[in-house]
Design a protein around this ligand. Structure first.
Ligand code: ADP
Ligand code: MG
Length: 587
């Protein structure tokens, strides 16, 4: 079969290369603007579309860079290349500082704060004498590379589109790599990412800086293309337009940046042509028409143009992961050594004491079940152990380290992996991409090596490991299916595979068998036994007594936040107190 994607890409590349020879000056200029905008929008595709951080400040980063390079070259006489370097340093540095202050803000406060400093920077440009106030800076020199000058529209066209192509390549490499997956995981909620050892604040901050650097490149190209800078193109309205481009193109897609930049720029251009025929207030009408378009888009085509087109393209069928060497495994603690110690643990939610002076311990190599009626505090107990919650009183020791106050990624680093009672997956990522997230702490590649594709060997090994775990839990048939398509029971099992990909010494599973059929439960019990034989220690919550009785070594019974009793399964089952608690009502 003819590969439609390949043919379309080749045709597009050829058209782009030949364009200046056939098109008029106006079209080339328009293409230049589209390319320059697309570089800045690319930053938003990653930051907002993929990372879920909405920023109304992208245009101010473009502005900081444009002004930095314009000032250095037009008033100080330096080369535009030094301008680029300084622009990137200043823009990236500003993003680092601004991001460091604002990225910890929750919910709507973050977008609101980006609006605030977007406005502040606009007025700063407009009021600084050295930057020409609202009149701006003119006389910005063209870029030159040795004997080649990029003064003409046509030469600038090639510089812009080659730069855009390179930026897209680096970004698409990055998104496929380890840190790119961490960016994609951000939307699954902080709790999930942190439990996998991902420092979500750091990832958000670096992503913010990456987006700002793309804005910096865009601003530099802009300044030396239009040879003049003024505050107007960098105000909050421009930032909103960049966001609009990212959403119109297709938030989650790299090519969406180009498609969106092109669609909005062309639409604006078209409106400027036709609106004057209908109204004298065409500039205001333009804003109104765009607002209406924006709302229609958000309601009917959230995925943007790219996802609409993708529906018509044949689905790509990726091959199963290639064979690679096995990943190195951690040394398991010797069977019988104390592994987890919980003492006098109390957690209150307002007036409710969810966990009340709990105490128990686990030795390496055993399977311990925590049982009790609904609302007994079992999931809260798990969240305390995994560091998703912190206790009000008491102490938890894991591998001899006091983890009562530790963040969950520290606990993950010690060798604890978990699943959640309410499944936390990325439904729009494939099964294998979800599982490979589990290998995050066993791999090293950073942002730069990911973007430069220097991580390919490590990636092969990580995917090989993820595939192995998928097959192990019985989900290896269709590794590229989307996780959201699985039944809820299978999604729980997928979480188990993700936890196993972290090579845990202690595995804690919150109701792993809920929603499974009888045969599937047996397979899960087999898997857990095999893991125990490998030296993995397991703590689980489960309501199915038959499942628990035949599998676990010891049971701790919890009622109203406190420990009722603990012991071997048979003894616990015979306990009259336990029978009473359970007759009181349990699922
Ligand atoms: P279990 O997992 O044993 O069913 P949980 O640990 O989920 O029980 O809940 C124990 C108690 O704590 C319940 O009464 C629940 O309503 C309450 N609870 C759990 N999480 C929270 C929270 N984040 N805020 C307030 N109350 C909570
Ligand atoms: Mg629970």
């Amino acid at each position: 079969m003819v590969n439609i994607r390949l043919v379309a890409s080749l045709a597009a590349a050829l058209a782009l290369i030949l364009m200046p020879f056939f098109a008029g000056t106006f079209t080339v200029t328009l293409m230049n603007y589209i390319g320059v905008y697309a570089v800045a929008v690319l930053g938003l595709v990653i930051l907002t579309g993929i990372g879920g951080v909405t920023s109304f400040g992208q245009a101010s980063f473009v502005g900081i860079s444009a002004y930095a390079s314009a000032w250095l070259t037009a008033t100080q006489g330096f080369s535009p290349w030094l301008g680029l370097l300084v622009a990137c340093v200043i823009t990236g540095g500003s993003a680092f500082v601004i991001g460091g202050v604002t990225l910890r803000l929750k919910g709507h406060f973050l977008p609101l704060s980006t609006i605030a400093w977007g406005i502040a920077i606009f007025y700063l440009f407009g009021n600084l004498e050295a930057l020409g106030r609202f009149g701006g800076l003119s006389g910005v020199p063209p870029i030159a590379l040795g004997p080649v000058s990029f003064a003409s529209n046509g030469a600038m066209y090639y510089l812009i589109w080659i730069t855009l192509g390179l930026c897209m390549l680096l970004c698409s490499n990055l998104l496929r790599a380890r840190e790119g997956r961490a960016i994609r995981s951000l939307r699954g909620g902080k709790q999930m990412s942190e439990s996998l050892g991902i420092n979500t604040f750091r990832i958000r901050l670096v992503t913010f800086v990456v987006a700002a650097l793309l804005a910096a490149i865009s601003g530099w190209l802009y300044a030396h293309m239009s040879r003049f800078v003024s505050p107007a193109p960098f105000d909050v309205r421009a930032s909103i337009e960049y966001l609009f481009m990212a959403i119109a193109g297709g938030q989650g897609y790299i090519v969406g940046a180009v498609v969106g930049a092109a669609a909005i720029t062309l639409a604006k251009n078209y409106l400027q042509d036709i609106l004057p025929a209908f109204t004298q207030h065409s500039e205001q009408m333009e804003v109104v028409v765009f607002s209406v378009l924006f709302i229609v888009l958000l309601h009917h085509a959230r995925g943007g143009i790219v996802s609409l087109v993708r529906r018509w393209l044949p689905r790509r069928k990726p091959a199963p992961p290639a064979a690679a060497s096995d990943m190195e495994r951690r040394e398991m603690p010797k069977a019988g050594t104390p592994l987890l110690e919980v003492e006098g643990l109390t957690k209150r939610f307002g007036g409710l004491v969810a966990v009340n002076k709990m105490g128990f311990s686990i030795r390496a190599g055993e399977i311990l079940a925590l049982i009790g009626p609904n609302g007994a505090g079992k999931s809260t107990m798990f969240n305390l152990i995994a560091g998703a919650l912190h206790a009000d009183e008491g102490k938890i020791t894991l591998f001899g380290e006091d983890i009562s106050k530790a963040p969950s990624r520290r606990i993950a680093a010690l060798g604890l992996a978990r699943t959640f009672q309410h499944v936390k997956l990325r439904p729009n990522m494939s099964l294998i991409d979800n599982v490979v997230l589990g290998t995050y702490q066993r791999t090293k590649a950073g942002f730069v090596s990911g973007a430069l594709a220097l991580d390919r060997n490590e990636e092969r090994i990580a995917y090989h490991e993820a595939y192995r775990q998928l097959k192990r839990v019985g989900l290896g048939d269709n590794p590229h299916e989307l996780a959201g398509n699985l039944s809820l029971g299978a999604q729980r099992i997928l979480e188990v595979a993700r936890a196993l990909a972290a090579d845990p010494a202690l595995l804690i599973l919150d109701e792993p068998a809920a929603g499974l059929r009888r045969m599937e439960k047996q397979a899960l019990a087999e898997l857990l036994r095999a893991l125990r034989a490998e030296g993995v220690t397991i703590l689980l919550v489960e309501h199915d007594m038959e499942f628990v009785m035949n599998l676990v070594d010891r049971i701790v019974v919890m009622v109203f936040g406190s420990k009722l009793t603990e012991g071997a399964p048979a003894a616990v089952r015979a306990d009259s107190q336990v029978q009473e608690a359970y007759l009181g009502g349990v699922a």
